[in-house]
Ligand binder design. Structure first.
Ligand SMILES: Nc1ncnc2c1ncn2[C@@H]1O[C@H](COP(=O)(O)OP(=O)(O)OP(=O)(O)O)[C@@H](O)[C@H]1O
Ligand SMILES: [Mg+2]
Length: 313
């Protein structure tokens, strides 16, 4: 199946991403701590993440000209987050630094025996982006605009602007909130996480839910399914399945973000849906082999080596 979209080429960036950035404080523990416990941490890692930011880092790693638009806190954690994006070769010239505000962060307690995790997170209201902060200069400079649906009213405005200016809008749909329906209506390609289709439509059957979403606007709809890979809605309402890759999984955090980065790469290469999904599944699986939301980001050779290993290239 082909994507069948004309994508413009006359802009400064291949892709612009607007949405979350965050910093995870990962603590791998010998066991899940009881309330009031005092325990040594086996492994600690300060790991940058956030859906849109991590997707842009994967895009840059694949050689795309990528730009991240969003807000970071004016604190040390915000600085760490911003530097991690910049260091990956992603343009951050339009990132807003919110002085006096703490960056989005999470404390993640991982049970080293099972991989089960307890997540404590913090996102101050002041870090939210509002629709008036979305200008064409910021969000229309790419062939593709990636949105993750957080700050949904601002994302919906960005999608509207991007379409007016000829960028293709890709949505990593995860949560349903005020503004999500407007955002979906202005999306061209929607690749949801597994719970979104039923949350958004109230329909449990994935094929039916994805069909309802496509009626709401996007010309292409799909969902990721964790280790099972991903499915896309075919032209006849059927599901096109692309299985996941078996790897030595250390941490699945950020897998969906990396999937979306690789997905945009395949889209811009003019690949078929099948080839793009195989590539995206492989990139996401590799990211799961190391700790952190961007722990195992790989380049094209490494991703294609995994695809070849399974005879899928
Ligand atoms: N255990 C795993 N083994 C191999 N690949 C995986 C595994 N978990 C996830 N993936 C890959 O990552 C992709 C995205 O995973 P998932 O559907 O869990 O995303 P998500 O719900 O958005 O999660 P997150 O928000 O943590 O990124 C899958 O389509 C698959 O390619
Ligand atoms: Mg996700």
């Amino acid at each position: 199946m082909e994507f069948g979209l004309a994508i413009r080429g006359d802009v400064e960036f291949d892709v612009v991403g607007f949405g979350l950035n965050a910093v995870d404080h990962l603590c791998v523990m010998p066991e899940q701590p009881e309330y009031g416990a005092k325990l040594p941490i086996d492994t600690f890692k300060l790991a940058p993440g956030g859906q849109a930011a991590s997707a842009m880092v994967q895009c840059a790693r694949l050689g795309l000209r990528a730009k991240y638009v969003g807000k970071v806190g004016g604190d040390e954690i915000g600085g760490f987050s911003l530097r991690s994006i910049e260091a990956a070769g992603v343009d951050t010239s339009d990132v807003i630094v919110a002085e006096g505000v703490t960056n989005q962060l999470a404390m993640i307690i991982i049970d080293g025996r099972t991989g089960e995790r307890t997540i404590l997170w913090h996102r101050p209201d002041e870090i939210a982006t509002v629709p008036s902060e979305m200008t064409p200069e910021k969000v229309c400079a790419g062939r593709v605009l990636l949105l993750d649906g957080h700050d949904a009213p601002a994302a919906a405005r960005a999608a509207e602007l991007a379409r007016e200016h000829g960028s293709v809008v890709v949505l990593d749909a995860e949560t349903v909130k005020e503004g999500t329906a407007e955002l979906v209506a202005n999306t061209d390609l929607l690749v949801a996480s597994s719970r979104f289709p039923s949350l958004f439509t109230g329909e449990e059957n994935p094929a039916v839910a994805l069909s309802l979403i496509s009626e709401a606007g996007p010309s292409f709809v799909a969902m990721t399914l964790g280790e099972k890979g991903a499915v896309a809605l075919g032209p006849d309402g059927d599901l096109i399945a692309s299985p996941g890759f078996k790897v030595d999984v250390k941490d699945t955090t950020g897998a969906g973000d990396i999937f979306h980065g690789a997905f945009i790469y395949g889209l811009l290469q003019g690949w078929s849906v099948e080839r793009t999904f195989t590539f995206s599944n492989a990139a996401a699986a590799l990211n799961c082999t190391a700790l952190g939301a961007r722990g195992g980001i790989a380049g094209r050779d490494e991703i294609e080596a995994l695809i070849k290993r399974d005879g899928r290239l």
